[in-house]
Ligand binder design. Structure first.
Ligand code: CMX
Length: 136
């Protein structure tokens, strides 16, 4: 397993534009991209803080995972994403160690990364994402 760094922290918000204002006007960060990820039923806004990104997530559908999360648990930290090398191998490795996978195979996420999620019930309550930039 080769986790190189925290690629991003995902934060569920009810209103993307309002949340972007807070990160820009209060924390002084700059939103460098807003992107819809249809597959995940979200609109995302990205900020960079050093090597790590913050990804704000607004649901585009009441039955999407982020809408369900906010309904159950309120706005807040939704997931942590680790940058990995050879994402398929990393998934196999954690599965062999008893972790329940949400995605058996990687799929395309925001910024063109290959992404896959591990189930929070087998990762001590933290929805965990692996991502790999195959372009690098
Ligand atoms: N972090 C921690 N726990 C979570 C969670 C999260 N983000 N989301 C759900 N849970 C918990 C719920 O609280 C619930 O726990 P209890 O049973 O103790 O109440 C349990 O997981 C089941 O939750 P649920 O509301 O019934 O939802 P589902 O089982 O239908 O889905 C999950 C949960 C994690 C499998 C689903 O949200 C998923 O597949 N997530 C991965 C995809 C995703 O989140 N995409 C959005 C981000 C995309 C991006 O970054 O681009």
């Amino acid at each position: 397993m080769n986790l190189s760094h925290i690629e991003h922290i995902g934060i569920a918000v009810s209103n993307l534009e309002e949340a972007v204002k807070y990160y820009e006007n209060v924390l002084g960060l700059t939103c460098y991209a807003i992107e819809e990820v249809k597959d995940q039923k979200v609109r995302t806004a990205f900020f960079k803080v050093g090597q790590t990104k913050l990804e704000l997530l607004e649901s585009t559908s009441p039955d999407g995972p982020v809408a369900k999360f906010i309904e159950k648990r309120g706005q807040g930290v939704h997931h942590i994403a680790f940058a990995v090398k050879e994402i398929e191998k990393a998934l196999q490795e954690v599965e062999q160690k008893g972790v329940r996978l949400i995605d058996q195979n990687p799929r395309k996420g925001a910024e063109g990364l290959e992404i896959a999620f591990l189930h929070p019930k087998s990762t001590f309550g933290v929805l965990t994402e692996f991502c790999e930039d195959k372009g690098k």
